[in-house]
Structure formats: structure tokens, C-alpha cells
Design a protein around this ligand. Structure first.
Ligand code: NAD
Length: 488
């Protein structure tokens, strides 16, 4: 049985209150690990260590040294990719193929930021000859990095790579449901011999995250998770006006026009909604189809759904694993029932699959609800499970209005062969990512984040590094002369 501890000030430590939490395999509910359950007091210890480290020799590291550290982390992730992928699938239920992809993306993220950090140089500004005026990028300070349970290590990597690369010190707080890969990653960090306190891991629940958000010794909080926690972090952060980055939920429309390549659109409608059993912030669970092809499209999906292989993520034939927790299972079933009560038509799924192998674990059939209207709850709220809701639309204008009429703005997709329409829709949709004739691809080089209630700020890309830096104007007068302005 794996037993994890906290990592504070360069030492593995037990939480002050020595509490542990059972970590459960969502495929069979077996206890797979006991994780240290930290508290506010542990978070305070980690903050103090990170503060001291930031004010110590870490500040003197050069961009070349930090780029080298990020590249070494990428190499270690590659070296342990099989074990990291195993832990990720064991803890989240996602297929091992998806977890392997995540690990490749994580190594790529560290390498991308290594390159970016190494290319950083301050700008020299135009100024009188006796003045040196420079614009410098400096680290923000102590960063609290709070991550969710659906992409545990990937979301952490998007934060850790730029935070360390920019010269900050960090306290990482993974979801207390899925701490295992972040814990193993911390063991890799230990191999680097960074100064104590530069990297800290405090596993635990909301109170650890709340301490990071409230502490006046934390300069930046980057959070990925749900709206409720996001709102409380924003309020808590007012104490010292700390920098915040919020990556929140989404209600992501996948809009199919009648002129689209329908074979590809049907196939991608499934990818959009069922990767990681729909537990993806950018999941395209809100399918919107032009009326003239709607019935045919729904029929084609209905034919594919029963063929989706649900099973343990470690089995080669499995296409979709369980959802992550009992709470999530219950919430998704509740949303499906709410949709049916509002008049949606259940075409497939909406229940636990039949059979002894699915008796334990958080299993759900891939679900299709048709005849959904834009005013229904299931068309507005994030479901975060393997559910497609299918709406029809009659015009481009109607599709656009309905798609934008949500508090969220994370991701959207448009399917059409008409390039002019594709461009119009891409520009008019108020979402941080808009795909055309595709769904889900992202790159470390491109920004990720949401409009409106989907968050504040962006991760990845150059902007994802800039979020972890302060800009300074350094002005040096080499030959000061008295001005004689006042009372001379
Ligand atoms: P959550 O908000 O419940 O928890 C996220 C993290 O915040 C966890 O580590 C949790 O312990 C911590 N936390 C909870 N309450 C807190 C508080 N009051 N103060 C500080 N920390 C607190 O979210 P979740 O259920 O783990 O994740 C699912 C959500 O994450 C979904 O809404 C999903 O859309 C979103 N998400 C967004 C993105 C994105 O890039 N925009 C990516 C992945 C997930």
C-alpha cells in the first residue's frame, strides 16, 4: 500500500495532525493508498519554507540554470512515464492510453517552458545617454498552486513549469481525491537537490487551499477547479491583493452545420464528449446540430453509443473508464434525471451498466439526451460526465446566440466546409479556444483559458509564463546633475 507524506522545506514529513485519507480506485472502490491529509497548519509551514527559500539563494539562479532544471524534470518524467501513467489511471480511472498521452504532454510542457525561460531577456528602453532604462521580468514570489482531480499531474505541470522557470517558489496542493501522481512527481523533484523550500507539496482538502489563498505571505495563487472554490479563492485573495489565476469550468458547444463532413463530425462528437468519461473542462458535451441533419446525426450517434467499450482503464480494449468518485457519479445521474424531467429524450445510457463487473466502482453508460432546449438546465450547467445533450438550431445566428448565452466561455467547436462561415463563427464565439473541424487539440505554445466565468488569466504559451512574473522598470542615472528646480 502506498503511503504518501507531505514534502516541506526539502523533507518528507507527516502532517501535524497525522491524519490520512484513503485513496480509492474508481474502477472497483479498492483502497490503493493512504495519503497524508494536511491542514492549515501544514500549509503555513510550507508557506514559511517557500518564503525563506524565495528570499534566499534561489533568487540568484540564472535563467540558464532554471531552464536546465525544467529540462531535467522533463527527462525524469520521461524516465518514470510508465509508473506515472499507471498511478494516474489507477487513481482517476482514465484509460492508460490517455494517461500515457498526459505524461508525454507534461514532459513537453516542461521542455517548452525551458526554451521560453532560456530566451527571456529584459528590454533596454530608449533613454537619454546618461541613463540606463531597462524593463525586467522578475518572479512574483511564493506561489500556491491548487489543482483538480480530472487531470491531476497535467494541470500541475502547467503551473509548476512556468512558476519555477520564472524563479518563484511553490506550494503545490493537489486534489485530495487524486494526489498520487503529484506525490510521485515530488519524488522526482527530490532528485534535483533544489534548495529546501523551493518546491513543497501539501496534500489535503479545501482548508489547505483556503490557507494558500488567504495567506499574506503567498504572492500568487493559481487555481484550476470549480466555480464555487474559485469564487472563494478570489474573495480570500483580497487580503494582500495577491495575483490570482483561475481556470474554471465550461459549457462547451460543439456546433455542427449541415454542410460539415458528417462522418468526421459524428466521430468527433464522441471524442469531444467521452474522453476521460466527459470529465474534461473543455468537454464538448453540448452538441448543437442544424435542423436539416439533426435526426440523422442523432441516429448515427445512437448507433455508435452501445458499441463503446466501458471497462477498467488498464484493459487494452477499454475505450471509456469509470467516473472519478461516488459524488460525481451521483451528480451526473441527477443531471440526467433533471434533463428528462425538463423534457429531454433519453436515447441511450443514463444508468450504471449492467453486469457484475460494474457492481462496484463508479460506472456510467455513455449517455445521449436528445431534443434538448437551450433553456434547460442540462444545456446551461456543466455536467462533467459522459453525457451528450443534443440541441437543434435553424440558423447561424440562432446557433451563435444560444452558444454564447452561457456564463462560461472556455472552448467551442464549429463543423462546416464553408470557410467564411468558419471564420465568422470563430470570431463571434466568446470562448478562449475555438476549434473548427476538430475537437480537443491544444499545444503548450497556444494559450489556454476562458472568457467570462471560465476563469481569469491564461495558462501555457508566453502569457502562461508572464503570469508568474512581475515587470520592473529599472532606471539608472549614470551622471546625476542638480536640477535646481526648488528653492535654488
Ligand atoms: P474543486 O473546485 O472542487 O477543487 C479543485 C481544487 O481546489 C482541489 O484541490 C480542492 O481541494 C481545492 N479547493 C476546494 N475548495 C477550496 C477552497 N475553498 N479554497 C481553496 N481551495 C479549494 O474542483 P474539482 O471538482 O477538483 O475539479 C473539477 C472542476 O475543475 C470542474 O469544474 C472543471 O471544469 C474544472 N477544471 C477546469 C480546467 C480548466 O483548464 N479550465 C481544467 C480542469 C478542470
Amino acid at each position: 500500500m502506498i503511503k504518501t507524506q507531505l514534502y516541506i522545506d526539502g523533507q518528507w514529513q507527516s502532517p501535524i495532525e497525522t491524519a490520512t485519507r484513503d485513496i480509492v480506485n474508481p474502477a472497483d472502490e479498492a483502497v490503493i493508498a493512504q495519503a497524508a491529509e494536511g491542514t492549515r497548519a501544514d500549509a503555513r509551514r510550507a508557506i514559511a519554507a517557500a518564503r525563506a527559500a524565495f528570499d534566499g539563494p534561489w533568487r540568484q539562479t540564472t535563467i540558464r540554470e532554471r531552464a536546465k532544471i525544467l529540462n531535467r524534470i522533463a527527462d525524469l518524467v520521461d524516465r518514470d512515464a510508465a509508473e506515472l501513467a499507471r498511478l494516474e489511471s489507477l487513481n482517476t480511472g482514465k484509460t492508460i492510453t490517455e494517461s500515457r498521452t498526459d505524461m508525454g504532454d507534461i514532459a513537453a510542457t516542461f521542455r517548452y517552458f525551458a526554451g521560453l525561460v532560456a530566451s527571456e531577456s529584459g528590454a533596454v528602453n530608449e533613454a537619454p545617454h546618461h541613463v540606463i532604462s531597462r524593463t525586467l521580468r522578475e518572479p512574483v514570489g511564493v506561489c500556491g498552486l491548487i489543482t483538480p482531480w480530472n487531470y491531476p499531474l497535467l494541470q500541475a505541470a502547467w503551473k509548476i513549469a512556468p512558476a519555477l522557470g520564472a524563479g518563484n517558489t511553490v506550494i503545490v496542493k493537489p486534489s485530495n481525491l487524486t494526489p498520487l501522481t503529484t506525490w510521485h512527481f515530488t519524488r522526482l523533484i527530490e532528485e534535483l537537490d533544489l534548495p529546501p523550500g523551493v518546491f513543497n507539496l501539501v496534500t489535503g482538502g479545501a482548508e489547505v487551499g483556503a490557507e494558500l489563498a488567504e495567506s499574506r505571505d503567498v504572492d500568487l495563487v493559481s487555481f484550476t477547479g470549480g466555480a464555487i472554490a474559485g469564487e472563494s479563492i478570489m474573495k480570500a485573495a483580497t487580503g494582500n491583493f495577491k495575483r490570482i489565476g483561475l481556470e474554471l469550468g465550461g459549457k462547451n458547444p460543439n456546433i455542427v452545420f449541415a454542410d460539415a463532413d458528417l462522418d468526421a463530425a459524428v466521430d468527433y462528437a464522441l471524442n469531444a464528449a467521452f474522453f476521460h468519461a466527459g470529465q474534461v473542462c473543455s468537454a464538448g458535451s453540448r452538441l448543437m446540430v442544424e435542423s436539416s441533419i439533426y435526426d440523422d446525426f442523432v441516429a448515427r450517434l445512437a448507433a455508435r453509443l452501445p458499441r463503446i467499450v466501458i471497462g477498467n482503464g488498464f484493459h487494452a480494449e477499454t475505450q471509456m473508464g469509470p467516473v472519478q468518485s461516488a459524488q460525481q457519479h451521483e451528480k451526473i445521474l441527477g443531471m440526467v434525471q433533471a434533463g428528462i424531467a425538463e423534457g429531454a429524450r433519453l436515447v441511450h445510457g443514463g444508468k450504471r451498466p449492467a453486469g457484475d463487473v460494474y457492481a462496484r466502482g463508479f460506472w456510467l453508460e455513455p449517455t445521449l439526451l436528445a431534443d434538448v432546449r437551450a433553456d434547460m438546465r442540462i444545456a446551461k450547467e456543466e455536467i462533467f460526465g459522459p453525457v451528450i445533450t443534443a440541441e437543434r438550431f435553424d440558423s447561424e445566428e440562432q446557433a451563435l446566440r444560444a452558444a454564447n448565452d452561457t456564463p462560461y466561455g472556455l472552448a467551442a467547436a464549429v463543423w462546416t466546409r464553408d470557410l467564411d462561415k468558419a471564420n465568422r463563427m470563430s470570431r463571434a464565439l466568446r470562448f478562449g479556444t475555438v476549434w473548427v473541424n476538430d475537437y480537443h487539440p491544444y499545444f503548450p505554445e497556444a494559450p489556454w483559458g476562458g472568457y467570462k466565468a471560465s476563469g481569469i488569466g491564461r495558462e501555457l504559451a508566453r502569457v502562461g509564463l508572464d503570469e508568474y512574473t512581475e515587470l520592473k522598470h529599472s532606471y539608472i542615472n549614470l551622471a546625476p546633475k542638480a536640477m535646481g528646480w526648488f528653492g535654488a
